[in-house]
Design a binder for this molecule. Structure first.
Ligand code: ATP
Ligand code: MG
Length: 439
């Protein structure tokens, strides 16, 4: 059941008198019949024994004081950690003491949920002291031990519970759920980057819709800006859902790509602030994309998202509501602003947005497909989006005798404008003869 390189590591440990187990997510995945992404190993020994056993292997030991050694299996890097237990979480973040123990069951007890608290030995035997297999069978997320205490020790576990509910499509067990409700404010103490990593995984899960709908108050501790969206009737014929439900449905309807799902989570977040009801009683949200863009950036920075994510999500939120006509001319202009990759991502965003609106307007999907077809065509034609795409460059113009400096850029932009307007083809000779007029 375990891959050969992992079995080889376990047997190498055994030959040094160390009992090792695969632990955590990999065991959960194997029990569920899924292929694990990565394998973690727990070792019933002290850090110095582990170091000695692997001194002849390729390894690095920067975390050895926490009992962790990274070993190369010949195929991949594997984290091997000495069994340990933790006690006292007086700062509600880190254990006061971490003690090593040569006992896998004690190590499993510090883990978050029963489905993550199983170990598998080299012969495939499973150590399952908390009923993880039973909970997998019944699709249940349940804390190991007393839920209130476990969430008080480390509130990240609250969002992890939601993450696993979303990714595994499991229900959260009643007592665990009650403790989540009771302890949710503690989430505000957790470091942004830890939350963000779990939030991204949560958003990519198959069960994201029901998690977003059921746990809005918990997400609201992390992202309070979402709370005014909950229950807000849009009073608009295009919409049959409240702002929050529309957001949740659009996330679930979008492709499983991190930046797109983050965009959907934030795209309408400032609708409550932009909300305006006209004299006919119809709701409007003028300016909400730019307002939501600014808020999305603030939230992502607060959560310590990397700069690339902030930039890309901000771009998608800003342009999420742009609707160029499905004509070559208008899409060409649009592409000059957002590029091919951006345009395609925005099409995904528009589709997800639309599918979370009133079905009465689903005919607009055809307009989006037509736009996509034209974008493909423009790409095939190799249309110019910027002066870099022109088949002449600054040096060509200098050779023609156009004076160096500002003038070169001006002429290139003028040529680009002529190409985009269809007055001239993007062909070298044609462009050069046109440029001669500017000498
Ligand atoms: P994935 O397949 O997404 O990696 P995973 O279960 O492996 O899921 P990790 O975040 O990689 O999740 O954590 C590995 C294991 O460490 C978990 O299965 C769990 O046993 C334990 N663990 C991780 N974070 C915590 C935590 N905050 N509190 C208690 N145990 C934790
Ligand atoms: Mg893992």
């Amino acid at each position: 059941m375990l891959p050969d390189d992992i079995l080889a590591l376990l047997s190498h440990m055994e030959s040094h008198g160390i009992k090792g187990y695969v632990v955590g997510g990999a065991v959960r995945d194997l029990v569920m019949g899924r292929e694990p992404d990565d394998y973690d190993i727990a070792a019933e020994c002290l850090p110095e024994d582990l170091l000695e056993a692997f001194s002849d292997h390729q390894h690095y030991d920067t975390s050895i004081r926490f009992g962790t050694l990274n070993v190369y299996s010949g195929k991949r890097w594997i984290e091997i950690t000495c069994c340990r237990y933790e006690s006292g979480y007086s700062d509600l973040r880190h254990p006061d003491t971490v003690e090593f123990c040569k006992d896998i069951k004690k190590d499993l007890k510090r883990r978050d949920f029963t489905v993550n608290a199983m170990a598998m030995g080299s012969k495939g035997q499973i150590v399952d002291p908390f009923g993880g297999r039973e909970d997998i069978k019944n699709k249940i997320i349940r804390c190991v031990g007393e839920p209130e205490r476990r969430f008080s020790e480390d509130a990240l576990r609250i969002i992890r519970a939601l993450r696993f509910a979303s990714c595994l499509e499991f229900e959260i067990e009643e007592n665990t759920k009650r403790a989540i409700r009771e302890k949710r404010e503690l989430l505000s103490l957790v470091a942004g980057e830890r939350i963000f990593a779990e939030l991204c995984k949560l958003l990519l899960g198959d069960g994201v819709l029901s998690v977003l709908l059921e746990y809005s108050s918990e997400l609201g501790v992390i992202i309070p800006e979402l709370l005014p969206c909950v229950g807000l009737d849009q009073k608009n014929p295009y919409h049959i859902y409240t702002v929050y439900e529309h957001i949740a449905r659009s996330v679930a309807a979008s492709p499983k790509e991190k930046n797109i799902r983050l965009c959907m989570l934030f795209h309408d977040i400032e609708k409550p602030r932009a909300f305006f009801v006209d004299e006919k009683g119809v709701g409007h949200f003028y300016g909400h994309p730019e307002m939501s863009q600014e808020t999305a950036e603030n939230i992502l920075r607060r959560l310590k998202a990397d700069a690339d994510t902030v930039k890309k999500v901000s771009f998608l939120v800003k342009y999420h509501d742009t609707r160029p006509s499905a004509t070559k001319k208008s899409l060409h202009k649009y592409l000059m602003k957002v590029g091919f990759e951006g345009a395609r991502e925005l099409l995904s965003v528009r589709r997800a947005d639309l599918s979370a609106q009133s079905p009465e307007f689903f005919s607009q999907f055809e307009y989006l497909s037509e736009s996509e077809r034209i974008i493909d065509e423009l790409e095939k034609e190799g249309v110019c989006l910027s002066v870099q795409d022109l088949l002449v460059n600054g040096n060509d113009l200098i050779e023609l005798g156009i004076e160096k400096g500002k003038k070169i850029g001006e002429v290139l932009y003028w040529l680009l404008g002529m190409v985009v307007a269809g007055q001239v083809k993007n062909e070298r000779e044609q462009l050069l003869s046109l440029a001669r007029r500017k000498v």
